[in-house]
Structure formats: structure tokens, C-alpha cells
Design a protein around this ligand. Structure first.
Ligand code: TK8
Length: 339
């Protein structure tokens, strides 16, 4: 009897003592971060999100957990942006081009031929101008952390190689949901059709559109070579991705937690740019191997296209503001002069 009672009391005491720990364990349930993106897991975007997730978990000692959700399973860019603003999703990475409807200054990055090299892109995006544009997101309920590289965009289609401007005539070309892209390709004579990226593969497959434009990496990782024949090297614009956070959620984090995310974002940026550039350097050979027919534009045709495209510049300058436009042109001139 006494023994039983004593055992019981000991067990009860042990339970009582454990109770606060149980409560505490519940309190430190890891913060869950739903991180959405549009491309496949096996893409430069997917690999960098994975690195970000691992870095955050490690740096937070497991207190912050990133659930990476790719292939637009949480919706296309525009839908995820709204989920972030509303606080229903914590993080995403996507094109700056799809943010123009929210923050008009983002259209600066859609300027055709704005950057001549990745070096120029890094300098401007990571410098005060890139920061200024990114900070504009805050008043709209988003926090921008870093820019990643999507890359220089090139044309693919199923009709014919584009060797001169006139070859674009009548080609149904998917563009991002953004007026600068729409105007740019209309100006070039294509039949530009805005579509979310998540609908692009099937639109190409069913020939709802004849072509599209994206960096080599994406043409490869999204298997566009299966449904596209011609790749014409135009490098018509450098396209950044941007890692964004829901401001509603961000504002509830401690300074330490914000630092973990910011540091991991920077690490992921450096990893992503290197990975993307390494992959892009080999991608043309890969795409040729997959059966794509690749052509370069002659310098004269390239110049004609460039000339025509710069007609959209005045509209972009008016949209993003003349101050930002001239500041950017000045910074680029300085970079180029300092070579
Ligand atoms: C992925 C998109 C993609 C972009 C596009 O979500 O839409 O063509 O280049 O990278 O952001």
C-alpha cells in the first residue's frame, strides 16, 4: 500500500514538474515560413530557395522552419503577392516585372537593354538605386530583401528563327503581365499576349501562343525545348527576381529573427547568382543537344531591334519618375566611364 502510494506520488510529482516544460515546448514550436516560387524544384530558383531554407533553419537552431513550395503550387506571382500583403503567406520569390502593378518604380528593371552585363546589374541592384526601388514596396505591405538573377532574356518560338525585326510579325508571343513588356513586343511587331508563367508551358504545347522569352536557364528547367523549336539570342532585357516578405508578418518578428532572414537572403543571393551564371554558360550547348535551333542576330539587326525598343524608354521614365530615371542613367554612365 505504502509502496503503491509512494510510487503514485512520485509519478504525480514528476508529471507536475514536467508540466512547465511541456508548455514551454509548445511555445517554441518553430515559426513556419511558407516560401512560394514559380519554377520547378530542379531549377536555379528551386536550388536557391532550398539553400535559403537550410540556412534559416541552421542559423535559428531549428526555431524557424521554411517550407519551400515551388511550381506555382501557391499560385502565380501576382496571386502570391496578394497573399503576402494579406498575411496569408510569409515569403516568395518572383519577377520584379509582376510587381509593377503594386509598385510602379519596379518598371525600371523592365527597360530594354538597361544593363550591358551582369556586373552592371549587380552594381545597380545591390546599390542605392536598387535599395530605393525595393523600399517602395513597404508602403504596399511587402518587404523586399534581395534581388536574385533571373537573367538576360531570349526569344523562343515554334514558327521560324528570328533573324530580323520583320520575323516577329504576327508571332503570338507570351509576355509577363506587365505593360512595359506588352508595349515592347507590340512595338517590335509581335502579337504580345500577357499570361502568368504557370500557364505558359501548356499554352505553348497547345499552340495558344507561338513563342515566349526567358533566360536560357528557364528554357531548360521548364523544358520549353520540348514545345519550342527556335531560340534567337536577343538578350533584350536583364530580368531580376526579388525575394519578398509579408510586411504584416515581418513586423511581428524579433530583430534577431529578421536578421536570420536577411543574412540567409544575402547568402542565397550570392549562391543563386553564381549557380545561375554557371548554368547559363553551359545552357546553350544543352539546349542545342535537346534539339533547339539556335541563331544569333547580326550586329545590324540587333541594333535595329535595340533602336526600336528604346522607343518605350520615354514611357518608362514617365512612369517610374524622371528623377529615378536620370539617377539610374547617371549611375550607369559612371560605371561605364570607370571601366
Ligand atoms: C517565375 C517567373 C519567371 C519569369 C516569367 O515565377 O514569368 O517569364 O521569367 O521567372 O517569374
Amino acid at each position: 500500500m505504502t509502496l503503491i502510494r509512494r510510487t503514485f506520488t512520485a509519478a504525480a510529482a514528476a508529471l507536475l514538474m514536467a508540466a512547465p516544460f511541456i508548455a514551454q515546448a509548445q511555445d517554441i514550436k518553430p515559426r513556419l515560413i511558407r516560401f512560394g516560387y514559380g519554377l520547378n524544384e530542379q531549377s536555379n530558383q528551386g536550388r536557391a530557395v532550398k539553400l535559403f531554407a537550410e540556412t534559416v533553419e541552421k542559423a535559428s537552431g531549428g526555431k524557424m522552419k521554411v517550407r519551400a513550395i515551388g511550381a506555382a503550387a501557391l499560385g502565380p506571382d501576382v496571386q502570391m503577392q496578394q497573399a503576402l500583403i494579406g498575411g496569408a503567406q510569409e515569403m516568395m520569390v518572383g519577377s520584379t516585372a509582376t510587381l509593377v502593378g503594386i509598385t510602379k518604380e519596379m518598371a525600371l528593371w523592365d527597360t530594354p537593354f538597361l544593363f550591358n552585363s551582369t556586373k552592371e546589374a549587380d552594381a545597380i541592384l545591390d546599390g542605392p538605386i536598387g535599395q530605393k526601388v525595393m523600399d517602395k514596396l513597404q508602403e504596399k505591405g511587402l518587404v523586399g530583401l534581395v534581388y536574385w538573377e533571373n537573367g538576360f532574356r531570349n526569344l523562343t518560338n515554334i514558327k521560324r528563327p528570328v533573324t530580323k525585326l520583320e520575323d516577329l510579325e504576327g508571332i503570338k508571343l507570351r509576355v509577363m503581365q506587365n505593360n512595359v513588356y506588352l508595349d515592347s513586343f507590340k512595338t517590335l511587331g509581335a502579337n504580345a499576349i500577357p499570361l502568368p508563367f504557370s500557364e505558359l508551358f501548356s499554352a505553348l504545347e497547345t499552340k495558344t501562343v507561338d513563342g515566349q522569352e526567358n533566360p536560357y536557364n528557364t528554357i531548360l528547367s521548364s523544358k520549353f525545348y520540348e514545345v519550342q523549336k527556335y531560340l534567337s539570342i536577343t538578350n533584350h532585357v536583364y530580368s531580376p527576381w526579388i525575394v519578398t516578405v509579408s510586411k504584416k508578418w515581418w513586423d511581428g518578428l524579433s530583430k534577431d529573427e529578421q536578421k536570420v532572414l536577411m543574412d540567409a537572403a544575402k547568402a542565397s543571393r550570392d549562391f543563386e547568382r553564381k549557380d545561375t551564371r554557371d548554368e547559363a554558360a553551359k545552357a546553350l550547348a544543352d539546349l542545342k543537344g535537346k534539339g533547339m535551333q539556335i541563331n544569333e542576330l547580326s550586329p545590324a539587326e540587333s541594333a535595329r531591334m535595340r533602336d526600336k525598343l528604346t522607343k518605350v524608354n520615354a514611357g518608362i521614365a514617365a512612369n517610374v519618375g524622371m528623377d529615378l530615371w536620370t539617377e539610374t542613367q547617371g549611375a550607369l554612365a559612371k560605371l561605364r566611364g570607370g571601366k
